[in-house]
Design a protein around this ligand. Structure first.
Ligand SMILES: Nc1ncnc2c1ncn2[C@@H]1O[C@H](COP(=O)(O)OP(=O)(O)OP(=O)(O)O)[C@@H](O)[C@H]1O
Ligand SMILES: [Mg+2]
Length: 684
């Protein structure tokens, strides 16, 4: 079989078979009635040819796979770092009778309370041992991602059945020993490939490695995944051109490979890649599995070469298992229950056809897809289900290593390290947005415009000056609120991904994101006040100016906290924005400037209003209680404190306002923190 002419002959023959199959397909399309008569004798010949060569082709394909992997491995064996060596702690994954149900949510006011429950996974059993690679196949919507998420311990809700990892349920230690590559890549668009991987390395790799060693790991992964050419390009996103989709996918895979996980889940790692790159990635995974790791992936359309690399295959159809077992035995199994392809074809194509209820067998051609699927489901139940369950239960509890468990149960880095890495990453990622030209221009335009409108106003026009102070509190209530509202909803996916892999504490993330926003939050209002204050001719005195600036910055921080809390609680940008504008408008209305005679039953609302406190403090920076201003009656002078819109808020008891704002400053952030605690919590 090894001589060249034999292979060439075989390949020619295989090509010929494919051509004949295509021809039959075409004939069927053009002559629907005669096609059967034509196809039968040809298919009989094909069947004969197939039987004779099937075994030989399979053997050869396997040889090719091994040769291929070996060829690709030689290059990687030189990788100096431990990532590609043996697994730290082998994991046997078992799952029995996994059932998952959802109640579809219906949006809007017209909710149908009797929405029907949908069963997405209908009792799936299986086992993957260290050194094995399981591929889940099935048509779109068959439940692959759902099952993968459940196995990865990330599916909340109505999940029944048992999933064990070395005989025990999912734990924090397992979380840090597991890699999970999601179907959609969740990456920061403004970071480069290297930055992304280095930040991940700094956060996820243990402290026994130095910073440089962690960076070297990231480099090793870059070369392993062939990302050299794009290592300094930014990742990009829907609105920002960055690296290609396939490169992005590889970065996601790299992030998980970095930690040398013993259990690796990948959702469609090869989708969107050309067959050579797909081959390369699966070879890398094959190699990782060979090092004693357990690998589970979903995959669409693997080529037949890839197919034979999988140690185990799970075929799903609408949440039902149709096959679980060795990849090389799958064709024999389906042949034994009467489903054999009428010509040589890629086994994965054949399996997907079956899962869709399309039998490529001539005799079953006219069968209804639902009937075919039903037949396959019951065949699985009678032939494989019991055997599989017995096998899963038979394999006794696996090695438990308490000491290693403890090592994984801890955070891999200290709070301070997490904070500093997250802060640097946050600043890098958000500086583009925070200091966007649009925002700066927006603030400058408003600043100059109000400076001109209030040009050198003086105390004779007290109403105008007070109007400006109230405008300060209004504008700088809304602006930071809307900036902050987007922070957490935008980061939700990232937080979910990173928290569910146990990358950092929520507190370090929270502090880092609060601090990384600070520069922008404080610089813009400072510029604004500096421009308007002097243009509008408020008290020309450094002390008064600094007081006004400090009050405004303080209120900006409080509004910012409110925005963070709203974003974190609602977790939906649109809804949070609407809610935010309603709340801020109520605060403004209750601020004490627009309406002085408020009915008692609603007067309490001013105690909740940030604008009310800010307005009061701003007034105090400009006027003292016994300061007078020129007015019409009363000997030509009146007390500022008696001016209607000042009198209501008063020029005394500023300490109370400062304290009230302090309570809000802390309170809103606390609410945000508590709301975030629900994100990325994994099933235990
Ligand atoms: N939370 C949910 N609410 C409603 N339906 C859901 C939910 N989760 C999953 N589904 C449904 O369950 C089915 C399986 O979804 P899943 O994402 O697992 O499919 P898949 O096999 O990964 O498909 P694809 O190959 O397209 O990624 C789909 O029909 C999906 O609409
Ligand atoms: Mg999917």
């Amino acid at each position: 079989m090894k001589d060249g002419s034999g292979i060439a002959f075989l390949l020619d023959k295989e090509d010929l078979l494919h051509d004949l199959a295509a021809l039959i397909g075409k004939l069927k399309r053009y002559f629907p009635t005669t096609s059967k008569a034509i196809s039968l004798p040809i298919s009989a010949k094909l069947q004969y040819a197939r039987e004779k060569e099937d075994r030989a082709a399979k053997d050869m394909e396997k040889e090719m796979v091994v040769a291929d992997v070996e060829a690709q491995t030689t290059e990687k064996q030189e990788a100096p770092l431990s990532i590609f060596k043996k697994s730290n702690r082998p994991v046997t994954l078992k799952f029995e009778d996994v059932v998952y149900k959802v109640k579809p949510k219906k949006g809007g006011f017209l909710k149908n309370s009797k929405s029907e429950e949908k069963t997405i996974l209908k009792g799936i059993t299986g086992m993957v041992q260290p050194g094995e690679m399981l591929a889940m196949l099935g048509p779109s919507g068959s439940g692959k991602t759902t099952l993968l998420t459940a196995l990865g311990g990330r599916l909340n809700g109505r999940l029944n059945g048992t999933i064990t990892y070395n005989g025990s349920p999912f734990s924090n230690a397992m979380k840090r020993n597991t890699g999970f590559v999601t179907q959609d890549d969740v990456l920061y668009p403004h970071l480069t490939v290297t930055e992304t991987l280095v930040f991940t390395a700094l956060l996820r790799l243990p402290n026994s490695l130095t910073k440089d060693e962690k960076a070297a790991h990231a480099e090793a992964v870059i070369s392993q995944l062939g990302l050299h050419r794009c290592k300094n390009s930014i990742i990009g996103g829907p609105l920002l051109r960055g690296v290609s989709g396939g490169e992005r996918k590889r970065v996601s895979i790299g992030q998980e490979m970095l930690i040398n996980p013993s259990l690796l889940f990948l959702d469609e790692p090869t989708s969107g890649l050309d067959s050579t790159t797909a081959q390369r990635i699966v070879s890398t995974l094959w190699e990782l599995a060979n090092g004693g790791r357990t690998i589970v992936m979903t995959i669409h359309q693997p080529s037949s070469r890839l197919f034979y690399m999988f140690h185990k295959v799970l075929l799903l159809s609408e949440g039902n298992p149709l096959y679980f077992g060795k990849g090389e035995e799958v064709m024999a199994y389906f042949a034994s229950i009467g489903f054999a392809p009428s010509f040589a074809m890629n086994p994965s194509d054949f399996l997907l056809d079956l899962a869709n209820g399309v039998a490529s067998d001539e005799s079953r051609e006219d069968e209804d897809p639902t009937v075919v699927k039903q037949t396959l489901v019951s065949a699985f139940k009678t032939n494989l289900a019991d055997k599989l369950k017995a096998e899963v239960q038979e394999t006794g509890p696996c090695r438990q290593d308490g000491a290693e468990d403890k090592q994984f149960a801890r955070w891999s880095t200290t709070w301070g390290q997490q904070f500093s890495v997250l802060l640097r990453r946050g600043v890098k990622e958000r500086k583009h947005e925070a200091f966007s030209t649009v925002k700066i221009v927006q603030v400058l335009v408003v600043a100059f415009l109000s400076g001109l409108l209030w040009w050198q106003s003086d105390i004779t026009n007290l109403q105008d000056q007070i109007g400006l102070l109230f405008f300060y509190s209004g504008f700088w209530g809304f602006f930071p609120l809307f900036n902050a509202i987007f922070t957490f909803p935008q980061e939700r996916m990232m937080l979910e991904k990173e928290r569910s892999s146990g990358m950092y504490r929520l507190s370090s993330y929270f502090m880092a994101s609060a601090f990384s926003d600070l520069p922008m939050e404080l610089v813009l209002p400072t510029i604004f006040v500096t421009i308007t204050y002097w243009m509008a001719g408020l008290k020309p005195n450094a002390v008064n100016f600094l007081e006004a600036l400090l009050v405004l910055l303080y209120s900006v921080l409080v509004s910012n906290g409110l925005g963070l809390a709203l974003g974190a609680v609602v977790m939906d940008q649109k809804k949070a924005t609407i809610l935010g504008s309603v709340i801020m408008l109520s605060f403004l209305l209750a601020g004490g400037y627009y309406v002085q005679h408020v009915p008692g039953f609603i007067a309490w609302i001013k105690y909740l209003s940030i604008s009310n406190y800010t307005y009061k403090l701003l007034l105090a920076t400009q006027y003292s209680p016994n300061e007078a201003y020129p007015c019409a009656g009363n000997n030509g002078t009146c007390l500022v404190g008696d001016f209607p819109s000042v009198k209501l808020v008063g020029l005394d008891r500023q300490v109370l306002s400062v304290a009230a704002l302090a309570v809000m400053f802390v309170g809103y952030r606390l609410v945000a923190y508590i709301a975030l605690m629900r994100i990325g919590v994994t099933r235990k």
